[in-house]
Write a protein that binds this ligand. Structure first.
Ligand code: HEM
Length: 229
């Protein structure tokens, strides 16, 4: 099959989406591990980690950001195209099957993929404005270096209960996206031996659950403890 034919075929689009989704999940794992430094009780840990990423990795960090931005865009565009195609194929509202049995996996998560995905797009913009492009508080570290106190920006943000509620709600809704996405990516890649399907029926939701709980724990922890001093 020619590359252009593959890219526009239904299976091709799903494969691109799945592969991009899996790569984007690796960003989430790294991002979560970095953010766990917010819980360490020592603000220098988080600030030095963030300073390292932005000042000591040369152009590598920009290349990675552009690549992941591109992956996100491909995932998003194919997601919209595939959903639009599905809607057009079924112009008359059909009776929704909730929790179909077997490998079909019709569920709340699968039926809301487009909404949780678009919500994430809005969340990204807000999230970057909150932190990456948020208030730049500077401070002097124990070693005498003047660096950005990103930790203070994050803690200040999560002292507001509504910010915590918004983040936790988005993270939980996004957890459904992850759960179905991880499952569906392997299906699109053709890895669907019955034993593997049973394995993924446990692993995909477990993966999503762990990420959801860990991400959601961060704002709740900061709100309840006020962060490290
Ligand atoms: C409570 C949870 C979260 C916290 C505390 C948090 C914190 C942060 C902070 C502090 C930054 C700025 C990093 C810097 O400028 O050095 C950032 C960037 C970012 N976050 Fe989060 N984040 C959270 C959840 C998420 C989630 C759930 C996603 C995606 C689903 C996400 C995606 C991103 C992206 C794409 C960036 C930009 C990375 C870059 O440009 O290098 N974050 N986050």
């Amino acid at each position: 099959m020619r590359f252009s034919t593959f890219s526009t075929s239904s299976l091709g689009k799903k494969i691109y989406m799945g592969v991009m989704g899996l790569i984007l999940s690796s960003f989430l794992i790294v991002h979560l591990l970095g953010n766990l430094a917010l819980l360490s009780g020592n603000k220098d840990h988080f600030n030095e980690y963030s300073h390292f990423l932005t000042h000591s990795t040369g152009n590598a960090i920009y290349v990675i950001e552009i690549l992941f931005g591109l992956f996100f865009l491909i995932h998003l565009v194919y997601g919209i195209v595939v959903t639009w195609g599905n809607w057009k194929a079924r112009p008359i509202g059909y009776k929704m099957v909730t929790n179909a049995k077997g490998a079909s996996k019709k569920s709340f998560a699968s039926s809301t993929m487009i909404y949780s995905g678009l919500l994430l797009l809005i969340f990204f913009v807000i999230h970057l404005l909150n932190f990456k492009y948020g208030e730049e508080i500077m401070y002097v570290t124990k070693d005498g270096a003047t660096i950005r106190d990103l930790y203070a920006t994050v803690v200040l943000f999560f002292t507001n209960i509504w910010n915590v509620v918004f983040y936790v709600a988005v993270i939980v809704f996004f957890g459904f996206h992850l759960s179905h996405g991880a499952w569906s990516a392997f299906q699109s890649l053709g890895v669907n031996a019955p034993r593997f399907i049973r394995f993924m029926q446990i692993i995909a939701p477990l993966f999503a659950f762990i990420l959801t709980v860990a991400f959601a724990y961060i704002p709740i922890f900061i709100y309840l403890t006020g962060g490290a001093q």
